[in-house]
Design a protein around this ligand. Structure first.
Ligand code: ZN
Ligand code: ZN
Ligand code: ZN
Ligand code: ZN
Ligand code: ZN
Ligand code: ZN
Length: 517
């Protein structure tokens, strides 16, 4: 980071002026800066890559960054099926039904044109050696092991097809040591990728240890991306430098051309770390840390993970079964074996028991969410003595409910009762408060909740007015609030991939017809 002075980028003279955007380069004069702009433009970024003893490489803001500012947009080094993938087309990652197969390698394709796709052309010759040996005949959602080697193979092939990309990929962190400590994961990689490539495909382009390392790089650095409707993975080397935080200050999205954009969701002060999240911000600490350990091989120790109340949101808090009023929280959230205790009466619960209960409720809620409103409301009622109102499972149920009310064909706005509309407003307000804490600013979570909240306010005000429960002035207050939220929601949602190209306008049109405004 530029402080004090340096030497001019152009003429090497001592220089004190610096690029005000990135503060990363010095110039002796305006003239030299002007002359360098063409070259500097591509490198001018509001952050630098620093090395931290604990967090490793991470990006730090070199100036104050505005909420909404695009921090980076980059193409992937490599994309391909996830480690566990059901059959997809190797040309475009669409789902396949088994009617078309690649004439050379016999992997299923969506159409014969995909044989020539840029994603598939290099690997096809390698995979062809195994043609006839690989049987892919189930086309449902079951993962097929023959897909585990595809993305690692695409990486390995870069060594010859694009040495620069290969070098960038090789420089990424691989976490091989940590993976080898997990015998189950180690076995899966060894069998389904390393041995598969060597013995089955007879691929000789890399040593076993190198194949293993590439798998580690993929597990550590991949982002999940959606391509042609399927979830695949992609490596974005600059984005991979963002540190993880369970309360991130950026969001990212991937467009149809697979470019990834990272945008600040809040103001990021100069000197602060630029963070992203590799987990679901709506999950509680127990589950987030478990998932990060399993998929990314690290144990998060961020502020949110360290606080028993999760920054006051109570996403993890249980209600005490002894005194029935006290909050039960972990006595040491960064130690998954630490007992939980009631803050009022001291009653203790074993970590095992809490974990077991979490898994039970997770299963129950998954079952319930498939159905509709009633079972979700029952779920909230049924567990109100066991879970804090802010608990993660209640949050999930409430989030599902605000999406049902007004949007589901059986629960259109005109069919909703006053009670249901008031519920939608109440839950949306709660979720907005939660979003302000764990995923603030221009996050997708806030945008989604604001959108539902404003619609509910408009519907409620119309209903109350037509039943003479409120006056015209009263209804104006609802509308003023709703307009403010709608403005903010559209500002956030307009950057989301599914809202671009008229998606947001279409959504607004449906809503205005629905609300008859
Ligand atoms: Zn100069
Ligand atoms: Zn600059
Ligand atoms: Zn295809
Ligand atoms: Zn092929
Ligand atoms: Zn954390
Ligand atoms: Zn108690």
């Amino acid at each position: 980071m530029a402080e004090g002075g340096g030497s001019c980028e152009i003429c090497n003279k001592p220089a004190r002026q610096f690029c005000s955007s990135c503060r990363g380069v010095f110039y002796c004069s305006r003239e030299c800066q002007k002359q360098d702009w063409k070259n500097h433009k591509g490198k001018c970024k509001p952050y630098v890559l620093l090395k931290h003893p604990v967090y490793g490489r991470h990006l730090v803001a070199t100036r104050d960054i505005r909420a909404g500012e695009v921090l980076l947009k980059e193409a992937p080094l490599v994309v391909g099926p996830k480690q566990k993938s059901h059959p997809v087309c190797l040309g475009c990652h669409k789902r396949v039904d088994g009617t078309t197969f690649c004439p050379a390698c016999h992997y299923p394709l969506c159409s014969s044109a995909c044989h020539y796709s840029r994603f598939h052309k290099d690997e096809c010759g390698v995979l062809a050696k195994a043609s006839g040996k690989i049987k892919i005949d189930k086309f449902d959602s079951t993962a097929h092991p023959a897909y585990e080697c595809i993305t690692p193979l695409r990486c390995l092939l870069l060594r010859h097809t694009d040495p620069r990309k290969w070098q960038t990929l090789s420089d990424l962190q691989d976490n091989v040591e940590n993976i080898k400590n997990n015998s189950e994961m180690e076995g899966v990689i060894q069998r389904n990728t390393v041995d598969f490539l060597k013995n089955f495909i007879e691929y000789e382009g890399a040593e076993g240890s190198e194949v293993f390392r590439v798998c580690g790089i993929l597990l550590t650095n991949s982002f999940e991306v959606k391509h042609n409707g399927q979830r695949i993975r992609g490596v974005y080397p600059q984005a991979a430098m963002c540190a993880h935080d369970c309360r991130p200050n950026t969001k990212h999205h991937v467009d149809q051309d697979l470019y990834l954009t990272i945008r600040a969701t809040v103001v990021i002060r100069k000197g602060a770390s630029i963070t992203t999240t590799y987990t679901n911000t709506l999950w509680n600490t127990l589950q987030r840390r478990k998932q990060l350990k399993l998929s990314k091989y690290f144990l998060c120790g961020c502020r949110r993970c360290s606080e028993p109340s999760e920054l006051g949101t109570h996403l993890s808090t249980l209600m005490c079964s002894e005194c029935s009023v006290g909050h039960v929280q972990s006595t040491a959230p960064l130690d998954s074996n630490a007992p939980w205790a009631c803050l009022k009466c001291g009653h203790q619960v074993q970590a095992r028991t809490v974990d077991w209960g979490d898994q039970m409720l997770y299963k129950e809620l998954r079952g319930v969410e498939q159905s509709t409103v009633r079972p979700l409301e029952d779920f909230l009622r049924h567990y109100q003595k066991a879970l804090h109102p802010g608990h993660r499972f209640f949050v999930e149920a409430k989030f599902a409910l605000i999406k049902y009310y007004g949007n589901h064909p059986n629960y259109r706005y005109r069919d909703l009762s006053r009670e249901q509309l008031e519920k939608k407003v109440e839950y949306s307000r709660e979720l907005l408060g939660l979003a302000d804490t764990i995923d603030p600013g221009l996050s997708l979570l806030r945008g989604t909740v604001l959108f539902e909240l404003q619609a509910a306010l408009v519907a409620l005000s119309k209903m109350l007015l037509s039943n003479d429960i409120i006056t015209k002035d009263g209804s104006q207050d609802y509308m003023t609030e709703a307009v403010r939220y709608l403005k903010e929601a559209t500002e956030i949602l307009k950057h989301e991939p599914e809202m671009e190209n008229g998606g947001l306008d279409a959504k607004l049109k449906v809503l205005s017809e629905e609300l008859e405004i």
